[in-house]
Design a protein around this ligand. Structure first.
Ligand code: SF4
Length: 402
């Protein structure tokens, strides 16, 4: 069996929106990153923690697995010092996720004593996506419900479970695997991102999920596997999704559409209207993201020895650093400096403190007595697709006249 499906669930956001991305991905070698490796280790540890929590005690076998994971995680962080992580941090970060999984399982078990909890379930959705398979991190089935929980260890981009094709495909595949023994009427899909404190979910009827698979996924898969697929640039053109984000011609061409539109409108008015500004802001955000991907790609090309017209590789400006903090401190103390003056002490921020104390203790010791609050955020512009509600402003022209 291949390690990755050509039309993978994790790439579904991309190939359902841009059919050409599948063909494009074949032009680039498969790569991995320290963040991806960290995610794999976190998944393995989370699985063992869930099994431990379910068992209620540490069985010798689980304990042995736990030791192996601890050694793997420690070995990983000793190589990737730039990620500044540790086994204890990872375990603490995963604890709220594990608690959540067990709470969800117990909630379904209250209604159906035969409810099952499974981890790392291989699922197959090849009836709607040729060769489609994947792994559901957590599956809870019982009481006519199929619940799939997906752990995302990354902290770069928040990912919502709402209308998310990846978790929908996992859930579709999970339902198919248990269809013979269960009569599902409801599905629940959860994405848990412990490092962003984000839990989002979507609930559908089982029939709606099956209909979505047939009406949306089957034609999208056909388009993606066609001989001459279309390249459709959009917000999904991100470097962590598409390897061509910095070098795709279709994406580069889209960046000029806005300039053409403004050029046409310039004939009517010299000043940008609210409508122009809205469009300009959307275009500027896309430009900024594209420019970053383009620069990274150009740097890689130049470093490989190819010419990038008008550009060269230089050394970036670096700040001076101490070779060894311990030796510097000892040298300063010997030179007569008071240690209280040469060190800075700062209270840990909310995220780091939550990691240190664990979510439950943080809540009991600091949140419950009212020692943590969320200040009102300053007004900021967000695209209409943003999930936050708009601030209603009642300012009218008359208010200014008054
Ligand atoms: S950069 Fe965008 S348009 Fe180009 S292949 Fe990737 S997803 Fe498609």
């Amino acid at each position: 069996m291949p390690k990755h499906a050509k039309l993978s669930a994790s790439g579904a956001e991309l190939w359902t929106n841009c059919p050409g991305s599948v063909h494009m991905a074949e032009l680039f070698p498969e790569t991995t990153s320290p963040a991806a490796e960290e995610g794999t280790l976190a998944h393995a540890l989370a699985q063992t923690m869930i099994e431990n929590a379910r068992a209620g005690s540490i069985s010798p076998q689980i304990s042995a697995e736990y030791m192996v994971e601890r050694d793997n995680v420690n070995a990983f962080y000793s190589v990737h010092k730039e990620l500044a992580g540790s086994f204890d941090d990872m375990k603490k970060t995963l604890e709220p996720y594990v608690d959540y999984v067990i709470e969800e399982y117990e909630a379904i078990r209250k209604k159906d004593a035969a409810a099952e909890l499974m981890t790392e379930q291989h699922v197959d959705f090849s009836d709607i996506v040729p060769g489609g398979f994947g792994t559901s991190d957590v599956v809870i089935i019982g009481d006519d419900t199929c619940e799939v929980i997906d752990l995302k260890y990354g902290k770069g981009v928040p990912i919502s479970a709402i209308a998310n094709p990846q978790i929908r495909l996992y859930t579709y595949g999970t339902m198919s695997a248990f269809d013979l023994s269960y009569d599902f009427s409801r599905v629940k899909m959860v994405i848990y991102q412990p490092r962003l404190d984000s839990v989002t979910s979507e609930e559908l009827t089982a029939d709606d999920l099956r209909s979505w698979g047939k009406a949306v996924i089957v034609p999208a898969a056909k388009r993606a596997l066609s001989k001459s697929p279309k390249y459709t640039p959009g917000p999904w053109c991100k470097s962590h999704f598409c390897p061509a984000a910095g070098s795709c011609k279709a994406r580069a061409a889209k960046m000029h559409e806005f300039e053409d539109m403004i050029e046409r409108r310039r004939k009517d008015n010299a000043v940008l209207s609210g409508d122009d500004m809205g469009r300009a802001l959307s275009a500027a955000r896309e430009y900024t993201a594209w420019a970053k991907d383009l620069e990274n790609e150009a740097l890689e090309l130049a470093q490989s020895g190819e010419a990038v017209t008008g550009w060269k590789v230089v050394e970036s400006v670096a700040k001076r650093k101490y070779k060894s903090e311990e030796i510097v401190a000892a040298t300063l103390v010997k030179a007569g400096y008071d240690p209280a003056l040469i060190y800075e002490k700062k209270l840990l921020g909310v995220t780091k403190m939550t990691q240190l104390m664990g979510k439950k203790e943080f809540h009991e010791v600091l949140e419950e007595p009212g020692l943590v609050f969320k200040p009102e955020g300053a007004p900021t512009l967000a695209p209409e697709s943003d999930k936050r509600p708009a601030i209603v402003t009642n300012v009218t022209a008359d208010d200014f006249n008054d």
